[in-house]
Every structure is written in C-alpha cells, then in structure tokens.
Design a binder for this molecule. Structure first.
Ligand code: FMN
Length: 407
C-alpha cells in the first residue's frame, strides 16, 4: 500500500474514529524522546534550555515542515519580520557600575492591575497545529508563568473552555472584526460572557497575504495535507477547526478580513465593549491618535510579526513617534521580534507599557507543551532582570531612554 493510501486508511479507521483527533495527532506530533534520540545536540530537559532559540530548534524537529513554516514565515520574503529584529539591534543598553543593585523587580501595573512582569503572550491562532492540547496547554503555561494571554479569535478551543483552565486570570480576547458587524458584536458578547476583561481588535490583517517562505515550507512537506485540511478553490479552509467561527464559517460572503473598516467602526465597537478596548496592529502616530479619539483604552504597536505587510518597518522603529503622539493618554503595548529580555528593556525604555511575543511561546508549546510556554516566559523574564541590574535599575518604572545609546 502506498504511504498516502496507508495514512488515509489510518485516518478512516473506526478504531481511530473512536478517539477524535488521534489520527491527526499521530501524523502531526513527534515525541521529544524520538527526536532527541536522533539528534543528541538538542536539550533533553526543559530546565537545560538556555534561550528561546533553543526552543525553536526543538520545535523545528517536532513539527511537520508546513506547521513549523507557518510559525516561521513572514510576508513576502520576510522583510518586515527581519525589520522587527534589526530595529532592536540599532539600540544598545549602556551599562552602569557600582550602583549597589543586587536584584530587580519586574512588577508593573496595567490598567491599575498588578502584573508580575511587563510581558504578555500575543494572540496566535490554532494551537492544535502545534500541540495536541492546543490552547488548553498554552493557557496552562500562561497561568503557570503568571502572564496575561491574549487568546486569538481563531482559537481551536472555545474561549469558555480556555478561561475555565486559567488558574489566575481570564484571557484577553483578540477579535478578528470580520466583515459582518453583527457577528463582530456577537463575538464580543461571547468573550465577555466567558469573563474576558479586554477585547483586542486586530486591524492589520488587511489586503491579503503572500509569503514565499510559507510556500517553500509547505512545498517541502511530504505529508498529505488534505487529510486534515479541506481545500476549497485551492485555499485551505482554515475556519474548519476554529471554534469561535463554527456558526458563521459557511455563511455566504462571510470573511474574517475587514478591509473596509475605519475609525468609525472602532468608535461603534467602543459602545459595544463593556471592558477595555485595545486596537492591535498600529504602526503610525496619526492612527494611534485616531484610536484614542475613537475611545480605545490602548493600542498594540504591531505589524503582526511581519506576517501581513512586507514594507520593512519594524515595530520598535515605529514606537517613539507613536509614544510622542499619544503622550500617555492611553496604554501603548508593543510586539514583534521580541526574543530577549534586552528587547523588552529597550521597548520599555522608549515608552512601551507592556511587551508581547508570539513565536517564542509557540516554539515552547510545540516542544514541551504547557511547561514550554512557561519556560519561554521565564527565560525572557530572567534576561530582563539581568539587563536591569546591568543598567543600574531595580524597578520597571526606572527604565528610561537615558539608558539606551543609538548606534
Ligand atoms: C503563528 C502565528 C499566528 C498568529 N495569529 C494571530 C492571530 O490569530 N491574531 C492576531 O492578532 N495576531 C496573530 N499573530 C501575530 C501575533 O499576535 C504577534 O503580533 C506576533 O507574533 C509578534 O511577533 P513575534 O512572533 O515576532 O513575537 C500570529 C503570529 C504567529 C507567529
């Protein structure tokens, strides 16, 4: 029997049907033991992982090429994704000596609530593509790490179930606004009923996407992707397993894209949202001000990790102009290319109130499940603590632009 036929046979087997998802799991997830046996250079134990790029190495070997490539890829040839990293490299932290500082506290405040650190998990979709427990594992990891998790509206697990496993605080719900205003508000109401104290509306996923990188990984994947992904007109039907869209996915004309949105939509959304409203994907000072005027409580300076636009502007480069325009009138968060505690330090120094990352905790999730998510946060937090002591500051509030030198 051909390999593909055999896989189809496996997927259709009644034995496997008795355990939903198992056939896919067997095809998707390799165990860590099997890859460390093959590759002795990889960390065997999570505790020995020294930085988030090691999590990436393990994730690359655990995941099928197309799924790893989905995390890795950036729009075009990765221009904006690379710009996110390059922007951080253009600033250095200037060390101080003999400041008498032997410890640093990461505690900070966001919307009047105490956060144990300024780090948060940016929303990323479809976690079952990376680990069998999907968002349940990432939510448990976020709770263990004590950080706020933004839950993608393209979650595989319904928001109600995710918030139920959160032992500390509910997720913030990321909203793809869709091209249907009524559905938009239904999603908001559902998330709020599930306990989400904030709605994070993503406005940068416009104009369609194209990525040579993603295509190359997909083409290099030997598996038969149609076993899991239905294809309609050649486009993967990615709403198929997205829990929040099951009632809407087959509606004629329905799309999660909302190219036609304007700031008036944000103002109307403001009237619907009972808790905090954050706009994610802002890269221009004027847009930031418009968000404030429309009633937003905050923004995430973000280019979607360089996954949608390929224009080459890094988020850290966009930050100073936006901070200057906002003048402290609303919360300014940032994500994109954050891999190290020093990156977090630099973003805080130039005015960000909180800093998120996406890919690093997905690597942790793929490699080690909930514990890997937790570890990705700890690694960056430990680095941030060390960076603060090097710079002579012991409190987050004391981090400022005077500690940076531009190259
Ligand atoms: C695999 C993947 C899926 C993502 N899915 C979403 C999403 O569903 N909604 C959203 O607003 N942003 C999404 N993003 C963007 C992240 O929220 C975040 O802006 C980005 O990952 C930050 O860059 P970094 O990955 O370099 O840290 C996704 C990013 C990745 C890598």
């Amino acid at each position: 029997m051909e390999k593909r036929e055999f896989l189809r046979f496996l997927a259709a087997s009644p034995l496997l049907a008795a355990r939903p998802g198992m056939a896919q799991d067997d095809l998707l997830y390799r165990t860590l033991a099997s890859i460390t046996d093959l590759d002795p250079g990889l960390p065997r134990e999570l505790a020995s992982v020294a930085g988030v790029y090691e999590l990436e190495q393990v994730a690359q070997r655990v995941l099928p090429p197309a799924h790893f490539g989905y995390i890795y890829s950036g729009a075009g040839n990765g221009e904006s994704k690379q710009a996110n990293r390059d922007a951080f490299a253009r600033y250095d932290i200037q060390p101080r000596r003999l400041q008498g500082i032997d410890s640093a506290s990461l505690e900070t405040e966001v919307f009047g609530e105490a956060w144990q650190s300024p780090l948060f998990l940016s929303p990323t979709n479809g976690h079952r593509a990376f680990h069998p427990l999907g968002e349940i594992a990432s939510a448990q990891g976020a709770s263990a790490a004590g950080v706020t998790q933004m839950l993608s509206s393209l979650t595989n697990t319904p928001v109600e179930e995710v918030n139920r496993v959160k032992s500390d605080k509910a997720t913030w719900f990321q909203l793809y606004p869709t091209n249907d205003e009524a559905i938009r508000y239904e999603l908001v109401q559902r998330a709020e009923a599930a306990g989400c104290p904030a709605i994070v509306v993503t406005v940068d996923d416009i104009g369609g996407r194209g990525s040579e990188i993603s295509a190359a990984y997909y083409n290099s994947d030997p598996r038969d992707c149609t076993l899991c992904h239905q294809r309609q007109l050649g486009i993967p039907d990615f709403l198929q397993r997205k829990a929040m869209f099951q009632d809407y996915k087959d509606l004629p004309g329905f799309s999660i894209d909302a190219n036609a949105m304007t700031f008036d939509d944000i103002a109307r959304l403001r009237e619907q949202v009972k808790g905090r409203l954050i706009v994610k994907g802002i890269m221009h000072p004027v847009d930031a001000l418009e968000c404030h005027l429309a009633g937003a409580d905050g923004i995430v300076v973000s280019n979607h990790g360089g996954r949608v636009d390929s224009g080459g502007l890094g988020t850290f480069d966009a930050l100073p102009g936006i901070v200057e325009a906002v003048q402290g009138r609303m919360l300014v968060m940032l994500d994109g290319g954050v891999r190290r505690g020093t990156d977090v330090f630099k973003a805080l120094a130039l005015g960000a109130d909180a800093v998120g990352f996406g890919r690093p905790y997905l690597w942790g999730l793929a490699a080690y499940g909930a514990a890997g998510v937790q570890r990705s946060v700890e690694l960056v937090e430990n680095e941030l603590r060390r960076a603060m002591i090097q710079a002579g500051v012991s409190r987050i509030a004391d981090i400022s632009g005077t500690q940076l030198l531009a190259d």
